[in-house]
Design a protein around this ligand. Sequence first.
Ligand code: NAD
Ligand code: MG
Length: 347
Amino acid sequence: MSTTVPTTAALQSARVAVLGYGSQGRAHALNLKDSGLDVTVGVRRGGPSWDKARADGLKVAEPAEAVKNADLVAVLTPDMVQPALYEDAIAPNLKPNAALLFAHGFNVHFGQIRPRADIDVILVAPKGPGALVRREYEKGHGVPCIYAIHQDASGQARDKVLAYAAGIGGARAMLIETSFAEETETDLFGEQAVLCGGATELVLAGFETLTEAGYQPEIAYYEVLHELKLIVDLLHEGGLAKMHQFISETAQYGDLTRGPRVVDAGTKARMQQILTEIRDGTFAREWTAEYKAGNGNYRALKQKDLAHPIEQVGAGLRARMPWLNPAQPAVTTVASPTADAPLKRSA
Ligand code: NAD
Ligand code: MG
């Protein structure tokens, strides 16, 4: 952790190009502009992001044009489109000593992008989704960021990366230095083993266990999916201590004695195997090959996930809880046949 609070000074006379205007791109571009930096968004003319960025008051250019004028280029497109973007728009146009910035180290760490030797290669990854990065900035706060330097051609890479992190608001919260390897490997591991892969499989196995034993799917949904948020919020806000403080003694005793039987030494050994496959490049090669082959397997697996009975039950129940998705109008009739009977009675 740094002790002095970094400022945007090192980028005050720089031109910044933000390529991509999705979750992170929009938040970074708007925060940097509001921090007084000269920002151009690089997106495809005629695409939906072009009009959106202009409507948000930002300068917009084709990616190659934005790169030509830039002293720092932030690559905030989806990871799998970055290698082609680098070859086509960035490598031929980027000025010597300019900086190339990523929000995830995947392509550089796994050699999908081999940056020119005469540029700085840096990383700033906010520890939150883009919407939060923007919202906290607007409130005068920031989302903690991790940052890394892969290549320092100009001798100023550190000043630039800290200035960028300050510009998006991260320095108002906390900055932690990392490496491209550490950011990439831990990010992939977290999403695969715990956050996305681990958590969803735990929920599905719990739902199947209850419904196969004859319990109502609606009740099972509440117990293993809906209420997960209450527990995660407690963990998020105050760790294990806060969770223990707010759950019953019975829940605590069940947690402490049964939890280790669900997630046991075998689970941890498989987590270690998953980490090995991340570190030795097996996962990166598999995913890159899948993407290049047209994502057939990825789409089939996703379709299977979305066809799980918990999805139908969940849609019916969530339609009766409009506070979950305030942007969508409340639904008063329930499509799911399984959810229909018990809900109609209470309507
Ligand atoms: P996203 O999918 O939300 O947005 C990507 C944007 O890129 C699109 O909106 C579009 O403007 C543009 N784009 C898409 N295809 C393109 C193409 N072929 N050519 C040019 N532009 C194209 O992406 P995101 O989630 O903001 O991720 C951007 C980067 O940030 C990734 O490296 C990701 O790993 C990283 N990151 C994301 C998060 C997050 O919370 N979403 C958090 C930390 C880091
Ligand atoms: Mg899954």
